[in-house]
Design a protein around this ligand. Sequence first.
Ligand code: CMP
Length: 141
Amino acid sequence: KNQLSLALLKPDLCANPAIVHKLFELFQKDQFEIVKERKILWSKSQAEQFYFEHRNRFFYERLCGYMASGPFVALIISKPNAIKDWRDLIGSTYPCRARISAPNTLRSLYGLTDTRNSFHGSDSEETAKREIKFFFPDFKF
Ligand code: CMP
C-alpha cells in the first residue's frame, strides 16, 4: 500500500536547476510517484509559522531566514514506505555527519550546513498529514 510523505527541496538546492533536474530523475529511478508539486516563496513570517515548534531553539532565526531566502519546492511523494525511504535517502539532518556515516545520502552530497541542509522529509504519518495539509490545503487524502 502506498504511503504519502511531504518532501521539500529547500532554497539552496532550488538555486541550482541542474541538481533539481537530477533529483527528479532519482525520484523516477526509486519509484517515488510525485503526487503534487508546488513552488513556494515564503515571507519570513510564513517560515516562522511553519517552524513554530522550533521557536525556542538557537537556530530558529537562521532557519526561518534560510527558508525565506528564495523559492523552494514542496512535493507530495508516494510509494510503499515513502516516509522511511525518503528519509533514508536524504540522511542525517547534519550534512557534515552524514559525510562520515552515510556518504551517499542526499544531504551528504548537497547539504551546506546544519541549517542549510537542502531537504526535508516528514518523520511520521501524522506529521506527513499535517505538513501536506499546510502546503496543499485542498489535497484530498
Ligand atoms: P528539517 O529537519 O527539515 O526541519 C528542521 C530544520 O531545522 C532542519 O531541517 C534544519 O534545517 C534545522 N536544524 C535542525 N537542527 C539544527 C541544528 N542543530 N543546527 C542548525 N539547524 C538545525
